[in-house]
Design a protein around this ligand. Structure first.
Ligand SMILES: Cc1cc2nc3c(=O)[nH]c(=O)nc-3n(C[C@H](O)[C@H](O)[C@H](O)COP(=O)(O)O)c2cc1C
Length: 367
């Protein structure tokens, strides 16, 4: 089993590096979000404070590298490189699913390297929600935490991926109850994340009720796991899976919509991921209600090159975010959360039909 998981993880990396796995038509919906330019910002750009506190940890900027990998030899280098970069920048990161290393001790180092390279950064362990239905319990989650001395645990939800994948596990019966047991039994905060298909209000509410401490919406508009599986099945000439991957390529709730759905429904913090590609996207996500932003796929090519490449990439994104904050007159992330914005087009239509307050964003006083 571990061997199969290991092989799949290697394929995910190869495909994400070499093929176009991004949504083709579905967008994040950030294009419908307008922050309001302020030619009288009345702040000093150099004094803008980007720091945030999330789950009792202070980050230099509201940005983390989302779960990508572990469990294969190339993953060791990727995790080490990302860890070194986020440590230096005082950010955080998630590791990929730790299933393979829970099943095979020899693979532990591909994850453990993360904490060695990032002794103080916020590191998030990762386990599949469907694994909790199929035999994993407190013991396995605790093992995942210990392996990397994690600050929090992400339970990932990937029904889309499992459904289009040949070897997919599609029995999700009882998953919420199992997440609740983990939330109560593990002494680290549990974050529940999607993997590129987004989350809506109803799911967020249930997760908060069972004790989950944060939600990563991981919406549609960036990496499509149907696309990743499309390429995997193509290699094997599995015609049926290949067609499923193609049909479900665009499936999911766009990231911007997901942020509003979740942040207006629950009081636990929200992480925005799924197609966050620059500081303007990040600023919109934060103004909509996210506490942190996260990106995965764009980090991979940089992670293969080296620490400096990742640092440059993340530093540029932070500078873009700072620039937006300057242009809307927000001298702190707290102020950015109160900055007025306008939601237009299909995004506004969706949110209105679903009963969310979109006028409130436009009527904010700002500073
Ligand atoms: C190669 C690759 C592997 C991934 N593996 C995992 C994983 O093991 N666990 C998980 O929770 N998410 C995983 N993800 C999903 C990301 O964490 C993220 O939710 C998703 O890619 C959307 O963000 P993006 O558009 O910035 O890539 C993976 C993403 C990529 C690109």
């Amino acid at each position: 089993m571990a061997e199969e998981t290991k092989k799949r993880k290697a394929e995910h990396i190869r495909i994400s590096l070499n093929e176009d796995t991004q949504a083709r038509k579905t967008t994040t919906s950030f294009e419908d979000i307008y922050l309001i330019h302020k030619p009288l910002p009345e702040i000093n750009k150099h004094e803008i404070d980007l720091s945030v506190t999330f789950l009792d940890h202070t980050f230099a900027a509201p940005l983390i590298v989302g779960a990508i990998t572990g469990g294969t030899s190339e993953a060791t280098k990727i995790n080490a490189t990302i860890a070194e970069a986020v440590e230096e920048l005082d950010l955080g990161m998630g590791v990929g699913s730790q299933r393979a290393a829970i099943e095979d001790k020899e693979l532990e180092e591909t994850f453990a390297i993360t904490r060695k390279k990032a002794p103080t950064a916020f590191i998030i362990a990762n386990i599949g929600g469907v694994q909790l239905v199929n035999g994993f319990g407190l013991k396995e989650v605790e093992k995942a935490v210990k392996m990397i001395e994690a600050d929090a645990v992400a339970v990932h939800l990937n029904p889309l991926q499992e459904a289009v994948q040949l070897e997919g596990q599609t029995n999700f019966k009882g998953i919420l109850k199992r997440i609740g047991e983990i939330s109560r039994g593990v002494d680290k905060p549990i974050i529940v994340k999607e993997t590129g298909a987004g989350m809506a209000a109803e799911v967020a509410e249930k997760l908060e009720d069972v004790g989950v401490k944060a939600i990563d919406v991981s919406g549609a508009g960036g990496t499509s796991f149907a696309a990743v599986e499309y390429y995997r099945s193509k290699r094997r000439e599995k015609n049926f899976q290949h067609k499923l991957g193609n049909i479900f390529w665009e499936w999911g709730i766009p990231t911007g919509i997901s942020i509003v759905e979740v942040s207006q429904t629950v009081s636990i913090p929200v992480i925005a991921s799924g197609g966050v590609r620059d500081g303007v996207d990040a600023a919109k996500a934060l103004a909509l209600g996210a506490s942190l932003t996260s990106l995965s796929q764009p980090i991979l090519p940089a992670a293969v090159k080296g620490v400096e490449e990742i640092k440059n990439m993340l530093s540029l994104l932070i500078e873009e975010l700072r620039t937006v904050m300057f242009l809307v007159g927000a001298d702190s992330v707290r102020t950015l959360h109160q900055t007025p914005l306008v939601i237009t087009g299909k995004t506004a239509e969706w949110l209105r039909i679903r009963g969310f307050d979109i006028e409130g964003y436009a009527q904010r006083g700002g500073n």
